[in-house]
Write a protein that binds this ligand. Structure first.
Ligand code: ZN
Length: 505
């Protein structure tokens, strides 16, 4: 039988209306919820009452406990008075709370609404989707991850696919998996470490060499990335790498998407498995990576330009590329027109970014007013045209009936009838095709209106949470709300910026 939890918390709002004690409020809420659960036949196994009225997570011990329980994945839902009781606090914390519920398939049940965070098409989900995307979690409370860390700290293998050189197997007698060496592959791992650490070959050269030797890779052919992944994985030293935050939510095309991120914030534990390489081999590779500036192959591939594919030179239409002129002396990035001989001067990235954000904010305010003003569109010209066309059609159809009558009564000769009937049919056909045209236009108009309305919350979201977004998210969102932006800086140093919001024509 599905198990449920009940969470009671007095919110500050309650006292605004009535003078009642914390205990009274909680017991009243408890009564309401108990009756609700009885009616709905929800099996509540534990009730958590928060008497501290703190807003932050740390000041809410029962909420902390609730999250720990939900993290076990053994509860179908949490019953509470309203979603506010759970999500009060900073948007970062509420985002985190929602994430715990979502990843553990735990519903939030209130007398008014049930929130199923698994169901992305659920309309309730949209209420919260911006809240999710806002979260950028820097600090996870250790208590919450301890349980999941347990297996990793015992040296078990936590992944779903064994790294190259190993095969995963189920540990006998206990829960969990470990790794055993795959001898043929292990030899290749050894070779890769020597190629890089001793022979001074780069990632690419190694990949070429391996493909040349026809050594099979796990998937497809060897690549720079697969080689780099091996050369940076501590698993070959006999360690277990445990990522604290392996999945991140990002917005893709206006929708939330989950994405595995490569973060460097992980913990290392001694594994139960045998190492393939020695400490010495590892250290030699590390030293070579530092020399080659390959310390982190991940950051290398990370997007650094939030306007990639968005920002162009206003004068020549060329791409404005992010570029650091004196990387060693000064790490300030600039945008530079990539066209030869174009006289557009370089623009500091920071300046361009700030200006575009300002321009977007101004545009948004104007646009919002325009949309709101135009909302109750009194007379739609397409509707009016449709009405006229349909009126004319009806009258022609009536005429056609009449001429049939004329023919029957002998007023029209067959010849007269045929002539008139053909003319009428032609006119009717023309009108019918205009009608179809108008209907199509009306459909497109509706689509456009919808697209126009959607750009407002998306743009607002970027502007509100800009500092919390990753560069990739910024880029994805800019591409969503802007066709392009252009910049030009005259030889005298004067700068102009234009934005082209992504509105249907
Ligand atoms: Zn240019």
């Amino acid at each position: 039988m599905a198990r449920y939890l009940m969470y009671l918390r007095k919110s500050r709002m309650d006292t605004d209306y009535e003078e009642v004690s914390v205990e009274e409020t909680l017991s009243r809420h408890r009564q309401i919820l108990e009756k609700f659960c009885k009616d709905k036949k929800l099996n509540v196994v534990e009730v958590l009452e928060e008497v501290v009225s703190g807003e932050s997570l740390a000041a809410r011990p029962q909420m902390m406990r609730l999250l720990e329980l939900v993290s076990t994945g053994s509860y179908a839902g949490v019953v509470c008075m309203d979603i506010e009781r759970l999500s009060r606090g900073s948007s970062m914390e509420s985002g985190y709370i929602m994430q715990v519920f979502q990843t553990n398939c735990c519903k939030i049940i209130t007398p008014g609404k049930t929130y199923d965070l698994q169901n992305e098409s659920d309309e309730q989900f949209t209420d919260m989707k911006f809240m999710f995307s806002r979260y950028e979690l820097k600090t996870i409370n250790k208590r919450l991850v301890r349980g999941r860390n347990q297996s990793a700290s015992e040296g078990k293998f936590m992944g779903s696919m064994a790294p190259y050189g190993y095969r995963a197997y189920k540990l006998p007698g206990v829960k969990g998996n470990s790794l055993c060496i795959e001898p043929e592959e292990a030899k290749v791992v050894q070779m890769i470490f020597d190629m890089y650490g001793q022979q001074g070959m780069g990632y690419n050269a190694i990949a070429y060499a391996l493909n040349d030797m026809r050594i099979p890779a796990r998937k497809g052919a060897w690549s720079q990335t697969s080689v780099a992944n091996i050369l940076t994985n501590e698993v070959y030293l006999g360690k277990i790498r445990w990522r604290r935050e392996p999945v991140k939510r990002v917005i893709k095309d206006g929708m939330l998407a989950k994405k595995r991120i490569q973060n460097d914030d992980y913990e290392l534990y001694d594994g139960l498995h045998e190492p393939i390489i020695t400490e010495e081999q590892w250290e030699r590779v590390k030293a070579a990576q530092i020399q080659r500036n390959h310390t982190s192959n991940h950051t290398e591939r990370q997007l650094k330009n939030p306007f990639a594919g968005v920002l162009f030179c206003e004068k020549c239409g060329g791409i404005m590329k992010r570029y650091i002129p004196h990387a060693k002396k000064n790490p300030t990035p600039w945008y530079r027109c990539t066209t030869r001989n174009c006289d557009c001067k370089m623009v500091k990235c920071e300046v361009a970014e700030t200006e575009i954000r300002h321009a977007m904010q101004e545009w948004l305010e104007e646009y919002r007013i325009r949309i709101e003003a135009g909302q109750p569109s009194a007379i739609d010209p397409i509707d009016t045209a449709l009405e006229t066309v349909r009126g004319q059609l009806a009258s022609l159809q009536l005429q056609q009936e009449n001429i049939c009558e004329y023919l029957e009564k002998g007023i029209y000769t067959v010849e007269m009838f045929t002539k008139r009937s053909n003319a009428l049919s032609k006119e009717i056909k023309q009108l019918q095709s205009s009608e179809a045209d108008l209907l199509r236009q009306r459909g497109e108009g509706n689509q456009k209106r919808q697209a126009a309305a959607e750009i407002i919350p998306t743009t607002q979201h970027i502007l509100d949470s800009y500092s919390m977004l990753s560069t990739e998210e910024k880029n994805r969102l800019w591409k969503l709300v802007m066709k392009k932006a252009t910049v030009y800086r005259t030889p005298e140093g004067e700068m102009t910026i234009h934005i082209y919001p992504n509105l249907p024509k």
